[in-house]
Design a protein around this ligand. Structure first.
Ligand code: 5GP
Length: 213
């Protein structure tokens, strides 16, 4: 297998359970993946720790990071900035790790543009009713925030076809394994095995030339 890891983007409607799903994937196959921690201007929810769920910051510092080209991508979502710090992603990919970005759709599309070999996975609950129930059940958000997240989910549903795969998050363990298998398959695609393809191609050309002489 190639040493370089692949960039895996996991998006999904707010409340789709993608955070829990990513944690399940990491607890099952932690040796194969690392999770990028994003920077955000959103306030921490109860229990969220700086540097673990997010790097919490203010608009001024976020804009500084943009100016210094310190983010691989960033987007504005429901009134706050969210972005992926560049250094960690580049370092881990070079170490051969598969790097997971748990980001929304605008960011996902920017990643696909910059890294065409990235793998884009969209996670959805089995139906819209379930999504609404999960968002309301979280109990950490106001009615306005829930309404704005539902409106955003409706908008995002228009872009689902731009992703490589859709995972319906019904049973947690099964969905985590499904993602693991999708990644394993993606790593076997010729576009992600550049060094191997190049090596065998060069050898074959040289053998073919030798056989003609
Ligand atoms: P939440 O506020 O619920 O933690 O996240 C809101 C949305 O922002 C989610 O869809 C989440 O995936 C997305 N998000 C988190 N970090 C990033 C990031 O670094 N970049 C982008 N584009 N979206 C992010």
């Amino acid at each position: 297998m190639e040493k370089k890891g692949i960039l895996i983007v996991i998006s999904g409607f707010s409340g789709a359970g993608k955070g829990t799903l990513v944690r399940e994937l990491l607890s099952r196959h932690g040796q194969d993946y690392v999770l990028s921690v994003s920077m955000t201007t959103r306030a921490p929810r109860p229990g969220e720790r700086d540097g673990v769920e997010y790097f919490f910051t203010d608009r001024e510092r976020f804009e500084e990071a943009i100016e210094q080209d310190g983010l691989v991508e960033y987007a504005s979502y429901c009134g706050n900035y969210y972005g992926t710090p560049r250094a960690y992603v580049e370092e881990k990919l070079a170490e051969g790790k598969n790097v997971i970005l748990e980001i929304e759709i605008q960011g996902a599309l920017k990643i696909k543009e910059k890294f065409p070999e990235s793998l884009l996975i969209f996670v959805t609950p089995p139906n819209a009713e379930e999504l609404k129930r999960r968002l309301e059940g979280r109990g950490t958000e106001s009615r306005e925030v829930i309404a704005s997240r539902l409106a955003r989910a409706a908008e995002e549903s228009e872009g689902v076809e731009l992703y490589d795969y859709l995972v319906v998050n019904d049973k947690l363990e099964e969905s985590a394994e499904e993602i693991h298998h999708l990644v394993a398959a993606a790593r076997r695609a010729p576009v992600r095995r550049e060094a191997f393809v190049k090596g065998i191609r060069e050898e074959l050309h040289s053998f073919a030339k030798g056989a003609q002489e």
